[in-house]
Design a protein around this ligand. Sequence first.
Ligand code: KG4
Ligand code: ZN
Length: 337
Amino acid sequence: MLVLGIETSCDETSASLIDEKNHLLSNIIVSQNKIHGPHGGIIPELASRQHILNIDKVIDEVIDKSGAELDDIDLIGVTNGPGLIGSLIVGVNYAKGLGISLSKPVIGVNHLKAHVFAAWIKEDKETGKNYETPNEFPLMCLIVSGGHTDLVKLDKNFQFELIGRTRDDAAGEAFDKAARLMGLGFPGGPEVDKKAMLSDDRYKFPRAYMNDTHDFSFSGMKTAFLNLSNSESPLVDEKISKLSNTFQEAIVDVLTKKTIDASIKFNCKGIVLTGGVAANSWLREEMVRKSNLPVYIPEKKLCTDNGAMVASFVVENSKFNLLNKEDNLNVYSVLNY
Ligand code: KG4
Ligand code: ZN
């Protein structure tokens, strides 16, 4: 079985091919960072137009690289929400058109569930890397991205239960805002990550643990960072590194503590860390160091948006005949677990 996964929910045009063993045969990700960077954030209209320009080439390239033929594809998975409506429409309609022309089924996949299933990819044929994948349940999954910070429990029947979520900003949004305040580029998360590595020093900084709930809140920490960075102005390089280290550590402290606490409370057998912010070096290290459970973290290029996670969702859920629940191809932006 060969599954094509297509992802266009935000500003990455991506497609990947995965086989029935969940081996990744080829993976193409075209980023639009250069287009949105000068605006300091994603411009939805520019994103959807860019997807239209990219998608044909991305599909051609992913097929070419895999050595397969278009006709070899058995199933097509495509992200159908949540995401930017114009961007989603490009991917979904491309997938529908391809499905009709190849007479192959098209499965609509929830973007957040797809992020989780990136952790089921067993091997990357392009690099020869093998990955440990989860096999005991339940799992506590932290999905942490530019638009979401969700804690969800996944049971052995692949049913998701929402345990906690941010009440205001997503962690990725907080990273992006902090980067902007320091005059770093967009997306800000990777920039803060790099700067933080240059400093061992930190300012005193608050953390919002929200102790009586599994929910998160990052807006207060964002405001505290605004005040701190203003008080340290002008921001010379050394201060930017120290500020980055301070903010990153505070966000990571909250994410790790709340995920590990929830994993203990719900008797989980492992933790899955995924979504764009899961590419953060300190978060990856700390989650593994602090938890006593196995921690499954896709490699960085499979944490940020990609088509492989969409294909992996289709491969794993097809094993249990669960795909009928996901085959609604209406594009919607509200998440139901
Ligand atoms: O999952 P994703 O690629 O797109 C969404 O679904 O939102 O996540 C993008 C987010 C951005 O906010 C970006 O700054 C953040 O992930 N991010 C990081 C890192 N790499 C990406 N945040 C912190 N450290 C990183 N290394
Ligand atoms: Zn995402």
